[in-house]
Design a protein around this ligand. Structure first.
Ligand SMILES: *Cc1c(COP(=O)(O)O)cnc(C)c1O
Length: 392
């Protein structure tokens, strides 16, 4: 029978009817500990009182006006992001995919305006995920994303993950930009070494090429800094943001330096919904919480509290797990059994996790979870691992 919902997702038989902090309540009453957080979206958990009141207040005043007019909530959020980051300017979108579209357009327009129309190539890396649009799948390049959707948007060069020597060799007169996730999410929680990110920055500087960072998943406090590239002490020219920035309300952004954004003049890009008052009222409240130094230190501390028992868990279940990966509260368990089996065992233990490529299970809890919830998650992971051992 044809599904009334296009069947592009294979969905778990779970229906959540309520969210409270780090918990999701199933329609049968079971309480699941949410270590997926909508795939790193619900950065402050579910139904955070400050987010609920920001949304309610704005909803009673004004939901939507066009970007043809001034939007103070959007201006506030842009000012905050510019204050807190490398960026001079911000464009708001509704998703990571839309942020990818603009990042690529911006890089190409930059060179076009410099009279270098032939500089349109963008260097990208294997295992990446940049969204599901025609540009996003062409940028990522994996057959899993692109098969059947050709002809693809031309102009992308794909290199092995974290191979900065290959990047040096791939740069030519055609190269406009490089695009990379500082910490791959969908690709299996693969951390780009700081030294590699620094080297990519140096290559871009030497050749005047733009560095685009995709921080859609690893940004907004996820690694314990506001943005993951801060760990390497470098800055991008263009950065894609989404997921956590809206705390569950659809919102994304492209941040850029004045130089990188110089081609994007009036009429060159737009969005009906991007940056509307509702989304930005919520976004302002999210950033007020996450950008606090004490909050980010809390993420780092909780990361340590989670990571240590995870290392013990891996040691205790050598037939199930290979290793712990990642940074901050963006951690992965590389599995030896199919990750889908472990995912199901987690569901049985009333724990939500998210699968990724490379046979990894992602742990992406709300950033404001409690220490008790960390212990509860570890106990549930242990229960799930034990259940899998009886099947191996
Ligand atoms: C999720 C994701 C995207 C796409 O974001 P959507 O909001 O689903 O369009 C792009 N890049 C990365 C790194 C992501 O994790």
């Amino acid at each position: 029978m044809t599904s009334s919902i296009l069947p592009t997702y294979s969905r778990a038989p779970l229906t959540f009817v309520k969210g409270e902090g780090s918990w999701l309540i199933e329609q049968d009453g079971r309480r699941f500990l949410d270590f997926g957080a909508g795939i790193a979206v619900n950065a402050l958990g579910h139904a955070h009182p400050a987010l609920v009141s920001a949304l309610n207040e704005q909803a009673q005043n004004l939901w939507h006006v066009s970007n043809l007019y001034q939007i103070p909530q959007q201006q506030n959020l842009a000012d905050r992001l510019v204050d807190l980051t490398f960026a001079d300017t911000v464009f708001f979108t509704n998703s990571g995919t839309e942020s990818c579209e603009l990042a690529i357009k911006m890089a190409r327009k930059y060179w076009y305006d410099k009279g270098a129309e032939d500089r349109f190539e963008i260097i990208a890396f294997d295992g990446s995920f940049h969204g599901r649009s025609s540009a996003g799948i062409a940028a990522a390049g994996s057959e899993k994303l692109t098969k059947g959707f050709g002809p693809l948007l031309p102009g992308f060069v794909h290199l092995d993950w974290a191979d900065h020597e290959a990047a040096a060799a791939a740069i030519s007169q055609k190269t406009a930009a490089m695009i990379v996730e500082p910490l791959q999410g969908e690709g299996g929680i693969r951390l780009l070494p700081d030294a590699c990110l620094k080297e990519l920055r140096r290559l871009c500087d030497d050749h005047g090429i733009l560095l685009i960072l995709d921080e859609v998943q690893c940004g907004m406090g996820r690694t314990g800094k506001l943005f993951a590239h801060e760990w390497a002490g470098i800055e991008p020219d263009i950065m894609m943001v989404a997921k956590g920035i809206g705390g569950g309300f659809p919102l994304g952004a492209v941040l850029a330096t004045e130089n990188a954004a110089s081609g994007m003049t009036a009429g060159t890009h737009g969005s009906t919904y991007g940056g509307n008052p509702l989304a930005c009222a919520v976004g302002c409240t999210v950033i007020d919480h996450i950008a606090e130094e004490a909050f980010l230190e809390g993420v780092q501390r909780k990361s340590g509290l989670l990571r240590q028992p995870l290392e013990s868990l891996v040691a205790a279940h050598p037939d199930i797990f290979q290793e712990v990966r990642g940074s901050g509260l963006m951690l992965g368990l590389k599995c030896k059994i199919p990750n889908s089996d472990f995912l199901k065992a987690c569901y049985d233990a009333e724990l939500i996790t998210v699968p990724a490529a490379d046979n990894v299970i992602r742990l992406l809890p709300p950033l404001n979870l409690s220490e008790k919830e960390i212990s509860a998650a570890v106990a549930r992971l242990d229960k799930a691992a034990k259940a899998c051992e009886t099947c191996v």
